[in-house]
Write a protein that binds this ligand. Structure first.
Ligand SMILES: Cc1cc2nc3c(=O)[nH]c(=O)nc-3n(C[C@H](O)[C@H](O)[C@H](O)COP(=O)(O)OP(=O)(O)OC[C@H]3O[C@@H](n4cnc5c(N)ncnc54)[C@H](O)[C@@H]3O)c2cc1C
Length: 419
């Protein structure tokens, strides 16, 4: 019997996986997404804020059909500001200020929910753990084995294309590039979201607005001595913060980049915050319930991101440090470009489609990963390849150019295939 639609199996139902589902459905493909999480996340203990660039906002608006949904769920990030913090003087000095930034701030779980709700029903198989895949002898189909987590039953799914959207520790990437390790950046990040929607934090918010007057439309980077923090507001009076701390690689369980924290660790972080940050920011960090630690990794850029009818997208293709606000934007762009390449070439020329996808995305993401790595080292005061390090307290305007988000390679580029 002749198949009517080409079929893709996507492993991973996070931002990349759901974005691929949108892009491929729009290109006329049938899609099944395999995700080990038992059900759609409604709020995520490890989720926090992220920034969406203008191109990604427009891609999302097309997928969501109702652009106001994205506007209603996010806040503007119109300004990108870097400032040097002098905790003794309890003041911050502006190093750079870009008022044409034009990103939007989203809460991870809200963005995930928007993407998921706009998909046709029954596309995502929740509670299904990917186990293995095999490519047919003629290389035209792929069979995936997955375990239903609740019952331990193993089922097979067959399709024309396997998309690995299974994150920075991708087990599909491991099949083609065994032993490839993530690179520890030299620092970890405390993260948290303070929910100020009730009255109990009203005073903290008022104080904060005095110290950070552009709260609600500004991405603030505070640079201290050998450390930096990021801070912006999310919808519904939630304050998103991240604080990067240089330290040896911590011992933690292999399959997560999020570390469990003890109450002693939280207390120590609170004490340190008072020594490093202006009181208003330290207070936000102290009032946040359940802060968590991300161990910050990336990976040297890959040379290949597809093999026969298997292709990598998102963090599986290019684990990156978060300093350029790229990982979610890269993931969504990967999906959009992949969808257009598949539309252009069709399933009968799958090799050409995947080749074009790789040609468009690999040079861009490779440079962005390396730039983000450098940006992190600058802001953390770590030694740079020229053997110097950045000191925010003495930096002159020329030294600060690279701090800006707009210094990211391909910052405002739209790939021609998306025009
Ligand atoms: C719960 C969660 C919260 C996050 N919160 C934030 C945030 O607040 N801010 C931010 O900037 N970034 C956050 N991220 C990371 C962000 O989503 C990614 O860096 C970026 O969007 C690229 O996403 P990705 O889909 O490529 O990878 P990931 O988001 O890492 O998704 C990979 C997905 O693959 C699934 N998976 C892995 N292995 C298997 C398997 N064997 N079988 C089935 N499924 C599998 C995972 O469960 C996961 O859902 C979060 C990621 C997750 C999973």
């Amino acid at each position: 019997m002749k198949k009517t639609k080409a079929k893709a199996i996507v492993v991973g139902g996070s931002i990349s996986g759901l974005s691929c589902a949108h892009a491929l459905v729009s290109s006329g493909w049938e899609v099944v997404v395999i995700e080990k999480t038992p059900s759609p996340p409604t709020g995520s203990p490890t989720g926090a804020g992220l920034g969406l660039d203008p191109l990604v906002q427009s891609i999302l608006s097309q997928w969501l059909m109702q652009p106001h949904l994205l506007q209603n769920t996010t806040l503007p990030l119109l300004i990108d500001q870097n400032q040097a913090t002098d905790v003794q003087m309890k003041i911050s000095r502006t190093l750079t200020r870009d008022e044409g930034f034009n990103f939007r701030a989203a809460y991870w779980a809200d963005l995930h929910n928007l993407l998921y709700s706009a998909l046709p029903s029954n596309i995502v198989l929740w509670g299904h753990k990917f186990l293995s895949f095999s490519i047919s002898d003629c290389g035209t189909s792929v069979e995936v084995k997955t375990k239903i987590v609740e019952t331990d039953d193993v089922i097979s799914v067959t399709g024309d294309l396997l998309i690995a959207a299974d994150g920075c520790l991708s087990s599909i990437r491991e099949v083609f590039l065994p032993g490839l390790k993530l690179r520890y950046s030299g620092y970890c990040a405390w993260r948290g979201v303070l929910d100020c929607s009730g009255d109990e934090h009203a005073e903290a918010i008022e104080d904060l607005k005095r110290a950070y007057p552009d709260l609600g439309r500004c991405l603030y980077f505070d640079l201290g001595s050998g450390t930096h923090s990021v801070f912006y507001e999310l919808l519904n009076k939630r304050l998103n913060w991240i604080w990067y701390i240089n330290q040896p690689k911590p011992e933690h369980e292999g399959h997560s980049v999020t570390m469990k924290v003890s109450s002693d660790m939280v207390l120590k972080m609170h004490e340190e915050a008072e020594n490093v940050w202006v009181p208003e920011l330290a207070k936000i960090m102290k009032e946040t319930t359940e802060p968590f630690i991300n161990v910050i990794y990336d990976m040297d850029p890959l040379e290949i991101i597809y093999w026969e009818n298997v292709v990598l997208v998102g963090d599986a293709a290019h684990p990156t440090t978060p300093h350029g606000l790229r990982s979610t934007n890269m993931a969504i762009l990967d999906a959009a470009v992949l969808g257009q390449c598949l539309l252009k070439w069709g399933v009968d020329s799958l090799g050409s489609a995947l080749h074009e996808y790789q040609n468009i995305r690999l040079p861009v993401v490779s440079q962005q990963v390396l730039h983000s790595r450098r940006l992190g080292r600058i802001k953390q005061g770590l030694i740079l390849p020229d053997c110097n390090s950045f000191d925010p307290s003495t930096a002159c305007p020329d030294d600060c150019e690279d701090l800006q988000q707009q210094s990211m390679p391909f910052f405002a580029d739209t790939p021609p295939i998306l025009m």
